[in-house]
Design a protein around this ligand. Structure first.
Ligand code: CAA
Length: 256
């Protein structure tokens, strides 16, 4: 992979967006690599938690590649957005738990990738925003929709319509990120969370992800029905028998 770097330790994968000279901006080739990685490479690994970060200490991802986008016509832009949205949907729908380790600028398409991850951990130097209107466009990789679901309509409108960048603490205060920490503690914190998740039944973690992601756009009645089904699916797993038996026998559970 030219623009991505992947390494894995004990079921935790680390995917680095590796285009530091352009602040990890997402060009077409990089997006195709990312799509291929999520669709074809990742399912062949034994990965349960995937941490996504940007190369260098300055940027997570500074957005879609403006130099490349500037030359697109509107049909090509439609395809470019299709690809970006497909990647965000893949991130949401894979069973693997995804953590965006935002280590600097997360702007435009960069914030949109982070928003599609399950958790966002940010370093103190992070700057987050959707500055597309300053370029004459709007977010096209899911930003308007996922931001409003993350922080509510008013805050989403304010961020999208002003194009303002906010710092990590402001992002924490509006619920856009889960945690803020010094840059040199970012990866340790991500791995600690990954290790905490590894102690749980992965089959249950994946059902929880499905229930939350797929339920968020449903009516409360339909969402509760979905939750019930996901809960019942857990009962088909050896993990739930082990988890409950271990509790009764007062020992630590040994999950698959
Ligand atoms: N696209 C292409 N190249 C980019 C880029 C981007 N989004 N962001 C940064 N770069 C490049 C710069 O052009 C520069 O390259 P050169 O050295 O060849 O000129 C290099 O990365 C370093 O960037 P700067 O010199 O600008 O660094 P800085 O520290 O002065 O500023 C920054 C950092 C504030 C992030 C600034 O680079 C910036 O504003 N970047 C653009 C952010 C942006 O608008 N993102 C949204 C893109 S639109 C989008 O994502 C659309 C969508 O939803 C589909």
């Amino acid at each position: 992979m030219e623009h991505l770097k992947f390494e894995q330790t004990n079921q935790t994968g680390l995917l680095t967006i590796n285009r530091e000279q352009a602040l990890n901006a997402l060009n077409h080739d990089l997006l195709l690599e990312l799509e291929d990685f999520l669709q074809n490479t990742l399912p062949q690994q034994d990965t349960r938690v995937l941490i996504i970060t940007g190369a260098g200490a300055k940027a997570f991802i500074a957005g879609a590649d403006i130099k490349q986008m500037q030359k697109l016509n509107h049909f090509e832009m439609l395809k470019f957005c299709d690809l970006g949205q497909k990647i965000s949907i893949l991130l949401e729908s894979i069973d693997v738990v995804t953590i965006a380790a935002v280590n600097g600028y997360a702007l435009g398409g960069g914030l949109e990738i982070a928003l599609a991850c399950d958790f966002i951990y940010a370093s103190e130097n992070a700057k987050l925003g959707l500055p597309e209107v300053s370029l004459g466009l709007i977010p096209g990789f899911g930003g308007t929709q996922r931001l409003l679901r993350a922080v509510g309509t008013r805050r989403a409108k304010e961020l999208v319509m002003t194009g303002n960048q906010i710092n990590a603490v402001e992002a924490l205060n509006i619920g856009l990120v889960n945690k803020v920490m010094p840059l040199n503690e970012l990866m340790d914190n991500c791995y600690k969370t990954a290790n905490r998740i590894h102690k749980n039944a992965f089959s249950a973690v994946t059902q929880a992800k499905r229930s939350i992601n797929n339920g968020s756009a449903l009516s409360i009645r339909d969402a509760l029905e979905l939750e019930k089904q996901c809960c019942a699916v857990c009962f088909a797993s050896v993990d739930r028998l082990e988890g409950m038996t271990a509790f009764i026998e007062k020992r630590a559970a040994q999950f698959a």
